[in-house]
Design a protein around this ligand. Structure first.
Ligand SMILES: *Cc1c(COP(=O)(O)O)cnc(C)c1O
Length: 403
């Protein structure tokens, strides 16, 4: 009997919005709630994580005019190099450690020089990267760190929040990334002096764009209405599966990104929605952490399967590394279109996105390509029930054992 899930699981565990998030009073401004929770002096809100990163880098560049390179892992979100270029800078790729998403410290040190403006240590899927090493390497050449915590709002390293270990950090509030106002980004800095500089650069780069804000408002209302088990099939699953059938993996992954991404202020209604939902974020993180802790052992016991884990991270999805690409692809052939929230993190290592063009350092990133080829993700949404999870484990085990 083929397994027939009755409902669509989202690819990541986003905090569901309720009707009560859409109207009524807000406890405090979203930025104040975020700052208090993260334990930082202030938080700057932008219209996306990408926009927040762009403003961070443009601000850094104003204070170090001769430095134009931004060092990033060769496996990360393709929006990151787009943000770097938007700030007038050059992305330089560093290969990751074998079998991992974090930058190889040796390669990182080799990539840094007096041309380096910033290094971007990157947390993925709630699993944390080594920011301390990135700080050491960056500071040794006079550069700064911008911690990419887009996928790690609420994760902790040694008890302190991810995103607050670098000189600057940012978080994404995009759909599916923890707390969402459909698109948004939070910017934080270790030294309070940066906030006034961020605001100045933001005033220069960000333009009020009512059409974009209207679009995001409708998208957020649609997200609130459809981010539930019955709506996800229509809003997310069906278009995704259609793209998969066409062989259009970029669309299936939602990775057709535009270099001309919008930079506009976030409107009052969306800010209030985020503020009203914010209070539920800690308990949602606790619940998804408990669920992940219960599910990781079953996956980790499958021979040849590596499950990424750490103490203190968040759990939007479970990240797995399989023995080889053929095995990973065989699993995805059976599960990607199954409605069970199984998929890939990013489609490629950065040099393999045609639309990104030439990327310095991109000719020598075998580990990043290997990581892209061998990993898959399983949603950690509370809507993926135990029977569905057991089915996923059984399929993976059957595929791995048969090879
Ligand atoms: C999503 C993401 C970004 C960009 O954030 P947006 O809010 O989508 O613009 C940056 N880095 C990583 C690792 C991401 O996953």
């Amino acid at each position: 009997m083929p397994f027939r899930p009755e409902r669509e699981a989202p690819p990541t565990a986003g905090l569901p919005l309720g009707l009560s998030d859409l109207t009524g009073g807000a406890p405090a401004p979203l930025t104040a709630l975020a700052a208090a929770w993260l334990g930082v002096e202030q938080v700057q809100l932008e219209c996306s994580g990408t926009s927040a990163l762009t403003i961070a880098l443009a601000t850094l560049h104003e204070h170090a005019r001769s430095r134009r390179e931004v060092v990033i892992p060769a496996f990360t979100c393709p929006l990151v190099p787009l943000a770097i270029r938007r700030a007038g800078l050059v992305p330089r790729l560093v290969d990751v450690k074998p079998g991992h998403f974090d930058m190889d410290p040796q390669r990182l040190a080799e990539a840094c020089s007096e041309r380096t403006l910033a290094v971007v240590p990157t947390h993925l899927g709630g699993r944390t990267a080594d920011v301390a090493i990135a700080n050491d390497v960056a500071h040794a050449v006079g550069a700064s760190t911008v911690e990419d915590a887009a996928q790690a709002l609420g994760a902790r390293i040694d008890g302190r929040f991810a995103g607050t270990h670098g000189d600057i950090g940012f978080f994404s509030l995009a759909a599916g990334k923890g707390l969402s106002i459909f698109e948004g980004g939070l910017l934080v800095a270790r030294d309070d002096a940066w906030y006034e500089r961020f605001r100045r650069v933001s005033r220069r780069m960000v333009r009020w764009q009512p059409v974009w804000e209207l679009r995001r408002t409708l998208e957020l209302a649609g997200y609130a209405a459809l981010y539930r088990p019955l709506g996800l099939g229509t809003a997310y699953g069906r278009p995704m599966r259609r793209a998969l059938r066409r062989g259009d993996l970029l669309s299936a992954m939602g990775e057709r990104f535009d270099a001309d991404f919008p930079m506009h202020p976030v409107g009052r209604w969306r800010r209030a929605v985020g503020a009203r939902a914010f209070g539920r974020l800690p308990s949602f993180i606790a619940a998804t952490t408990t669920q992940a802790a219960a599910r990781v052992p079953a996956l980790a016991s499958i021979p040849g399967v590596h499950v990424f884990k750490d103490d203190g991270g968040t759990w939007p999805y479970l990240m797995l590394r399989l023995p080889d690409e053929a095995t990973r692809d065989a699993v995805l052939r059976r599960l990607w279109s199954s409605r069970l929230g199984v998929g890939r993190m990013f489609l490629h290592a950065l040099p393999d996105y045609d639309y990104l063009g030439e990327l310095p350092g991109g000719d020598d990133v075998p580990n990043a390509r290997d990581f892209a080829a061998r990993t898959l993700t399983i949603t950690n949404s509370p809507w993926l029930d135990d029977a569905s999870f057991a089915h996923i484990c059984a399929v993976i085990e059957a595929v791995v054992v048969s090879r």
